[in-house]
Design a protein around this ligand. Structure first.
Ligand code: NDP
Length: 280
C-alpha cells in the first residue's frame, strides 16, 4: 500500500559479495571461465561486468572470446572439454544468446555438471526439479529467492504466480518456489485472463519480457512483486515488466533497475564458490 517497501537488490548483493571475500579465507580462490561467442554488444557488457565484479571480490576469471567468423559448434565444444579437464577452472559459463547457427542445448550440455554455474544444464534443472539441489541453481531465480528470504517474506503456503516459463527464469523460479512450499501458478503467452490470475498472487514474479505489462490493476492488495524484465525506453531509461504504479497497492516491490539484476551476479559468485569448494 502507501508504504510499499522497495527491495534493495543492489545493497544486498554488495553485502553478499563482501561476505564472499571473507568466506574464501584459507580456501581455493574460485575461478570462472567465461566463453563469449559473437559480437552481441549487450553480451560483451554483461561479460565485462561479471569479470569486474569477480575481480573486486578477489575471485579469478578467464575469458575466451570467439569472433563471429570463427564460431563453430566443434570449436566451442572442444574448448569446453578442455576447460572441463582443467583443475584450476571451477565454473564454466557460456554467455547467451549464442548465434542462431549454434545449437545452444548441445553446447550447454557439454559442460561438466560439476562446473555448471548458470544452472542451465538439463542435469542441473533435473536436480532442481527432484529437490536434490546437488547442482547449480539458475542465478536469477536463486537471487530472487535470496532476496525474498533476506526481506523476511514468508513463502510457505502463499499463492505465487510466475509470469513467463523460460528455461532460464520462469521455469526454475517456479520450481524453487514450489520447493519453498508455495502454491505455484505458471503463466505464459497462452494464459487466459492473466489479470485475474495475477490478482490472486501473494507473490508475483514478472518475467514475461514485456515492458510494464503488469500495472496496479493486476495486483492484489499487499502483494510482494518481483520485477525481472529489463527494457530500455525511448528516453534511454531502464524499465521492467512492472509499472511503477503498483507501489500504490503492493506491500513490497523489487524494482528495475536495482533489484534482481545485481542479485543475479552475486549468485553467480556463490555458485562458482560452491563449485570450487565442493572439492575441498
Ligand atoms: P523469454 O523471452 O525467454 O521468455 C518470456 C516468457 O514470457 C515466455 O515464457 C512467454 O510465453 C512469456 N510471455 C511473453 N509475453 C507474455 C504475455 N503478454 N503474457 C504472459 N506471458 C508472456 O525471456 P526470459 O525469461 O529470458 O527473460 C524475461 C525478462 O527478464 C526479459 O525482459 C529479460 O531481459 C529479463 N531478464 C533479466 C535478468 C536479470 O535481471 N538478471 C536475467 C534474465 C532475464 P511463451 O512461453 O508462451 O512464449
Amino acid at each position: 500500500g502507501t508504504n510499499c517497501k522497495i527491495m534493495d537488490g543492489k545493497t544486498l548483493s554488495t553485502n553478499l559479495i563482501s561476505q564472499a571475500k571473507t568466506l574464501k579465507d584459507g580456501k581455493k580462490v574460485p575461478c570462472l571461465a567465461v566463453i563469449l561467442a559473437g559480437e552481441n554488444p549487450a553480451s560483451h557488457v554483461y561479460v565485462k561486468n561479471k569479470i569486474k565484479i569477480f575481480k573486486e571480490a578477489g575471485f579469478d576469471s578467464q575469458s575466451y572470446i570467439i569472433s563471429s567468423d570463427e564460431i563453430s559448434e566443434e570449436k566451442i565444444i572442444s574448448l569446453i572439454l578442455s576447460l572441463n579437464k582443467d583443475k584450476n577452472v571451477d565454473g564454466i559459463l557460456v554467455q547467451l544468446p549464442l548465434p542462431k547457427t549454434i545449437n545452444t542445448e548441445k553446447i550447454l550440455n557439454a559442460i561438466s555438471p560439476h562446473k555448471d554455474v548458470d544452472g542451465f544444464l538439463a542435469h542441473s534443472i533435473g536436480t532442481l526439479a527432484t529437490g536434490e539441489f546437488t547442482n547449480a541453481i539458475a542465478c536469477t531465480p536463486f537471487g530472487i529467492l535470496a532476496m525474498l528470504v533476506s526481506y523476511g517474506i514468508e513463502i510457505s503456503g502463499k499463492n505465487s504466480v510466475v509470469v513467463g516459463r523460460s528455461n532460464i527464469v520462469g521455469k526454475p523460479m517456479s520450481l524453487l518456489l514450489l520447493s519453498s512450499d508455495a502454491t505455484v501458478t505458471m503463466a505464459h503467452s497462452k494464459t487466459k485472463d492473466l489479470k485475474q490470475i495475477c490478482k490472486n498472487a501473494d507473490i508475483l514474479i514478472a518475467a514475461a519480457g514485456q515492458p510494464e505489462l503488469i500495472d496496479k490493476s493486476y495486483i492484489k492488495e499487499n502483494a510482494v512483486i518481483i520485477d525481472v524484465g529489463i527494457h530500455r525506453k525511448e528516453n534511454g531509461k531502464l524499465c521492467g515488466d512492472v509499472h511503477s504504479n503498483v507501489k500504490e497497492i503492493a506491500y513490497s516491490l523489487s524494482p528495475v533497475p536495482g533489484g534482481v539484476g545485481p542479485m543475479t551476479i552475486a549468485m553467480l559468485m556463490l555458485n562458482t564458490a560452491l563449485a570450487a569448494w565442493a572439492k575441498d
